[in-house]
Design a protein around this ligand. Structure first.
Ligand code: ATP
Length: 225
C-alpha cells in the first residue's frame, strides 16, 4: 500500500516519481506495465524497502517500512518478500540447493515454515518441472530456462506472502515464457501468494487479476542538472 509517495533519484539527471495511492490486496496477482524508464523498478525498490520514500508512506503486509531500522527492514524483506530478478541473480558456483536456501539465512520465520529445507527445495523443483537430480548441480551448468525456475523456487521457499518479479521472462523465448508463467501461477495460486510482476509486455495481461499501468498510477519528472 502506497500513500502520497514521492521519491527522487539524485543523479546527473534527476528522476522524480510520485505515486498518489496504490493498494494491492493480499493474494492478488498484479501486472505492472510501463515503458522503459517509467520508474517500474524504482517502484519495486520502494515496495521492497531497498530505497526509502522521501515522503509519504509505503506499507507492506501492514508494516510501514520507514518505521523499521535498516537491519530490521532487511530482515522484514527476507521474511515477507520473495524476489525474482530479470538476471536471476543466482550464485553461479553455488549448487541449486544453496541458491534456493539462500533467503532463509536471513529469515528465521521463513526457515521454520520451510520445515526440512532440502525436502521443500526438492518439492519446489519437482513442481517447477526441474530434473530430479538438479539440487546438486551448479547453477551455472543449467539452461537459462532452468536457472529462471531455480530463481522462482528461491523466491517461493518458506512461502513468503508476497512475490515480486522484475521482468522475469525477458531472457526466455516465447515457449519457455508460457511454461514459466504456468508454473509460477500454479505455485502462487496454490499458496494464496500476492504476486506483483513488472513487464513491458501487455500480452501477459490476461493471466493476472489486475493490470496497472505506470502512467495511470504514477507521475514522473526528469530534470537535467
Ligand atoms: N540506481 C539508480 N541511480 C540513479 N538513478 C536511477 C537509478 N535507478 C534508476 N534511476 C533513474 O530512474 C529512472 C527510472 O528507472 P527505472 O529503472 O525505475 O525504470 P523502469 O521503468 O524499470 O525501466 P526499464 O523497463 O528500462 O527497466 C531512470 O531513467 C534513471 O534515471
Amino acid at each position: 500500500m502506497l500513500n502520497d509517495v514521492r521519491y527522487r533519484w539524485k543523479s546527473r539527471t534527476s528522476f522524480h516519481l510520485s505515486v498518489p495511492t496504490l493498494d494491492i490486496a493480499a493474494g492478488d496477482t498484479v501486472l505492472l506495465l510501463g515503458e522503459s524508464g517509467s520508474g517500474k523498478s524504482t517502484l519495486l525498490s520502494l515496495i521492497c524497502g531497498t530505497i526509502l520514500a522521501d515522503s509519504g508512506q509505503v506499507a507492506v503486509a501492514g508494516t510501514d517500512l520507514a518505521r523499521l531500522s535498516g537491519g530490521s527492514r532487511d530482515r522484514f524483506r527476507a521474511e515477507q518478500i520473495g524476489m525474482i530478478f530479470q538476471q536471476f541473480n543466482l550464485l553461479p558456483f553455488g549448487s541449486v540447493l544453496d541458491n534456493i536456501q539462500l533467503p532463509l539465512h536471513f529469515a528465521p520465520e521463513r526457515r521454520k515454515r520451510a520445515g526440512d529445507t532440502k525436502t521443500e527445495a526438492q518439492a519446489l523443483c519437482t513442481a517447477l518441472s526441474l530434473p530430479e537430480t538438479v539440487l546438486a548441480s551448479k547453477a551455472a551448468a543449467l539452461s537459462v530456462g532452468q536457472q529462471q525456475r531455480v530463481a522462482v523456487a528461491r523466491a517461493l521457499i518458506g512461502r513468503p506472502p508476497v512475490v515480486i518479479a522484475d521482468e522475469p521472462t525477458s531472457a526466455l523465448d516465447a515457449n519457455s515464457q508460457a511454461t514459466f508463467l504456468d508454473l509460477l501461477f500454479d505455485q502462487v495460486q496454490r499458496h494464496g501468494t500476492t504476486l506483483l510482476m513488472v513487464s513491458h509486455d501487455p500480452r501477459l495481461a490476461e493471466r493476472f487479476d489486475r493490470v496497472l499501468r505506470m502512467e495511470d498510477i504514477a507521475s514522473i519528472e526528469r530534470r537535467v542538472a
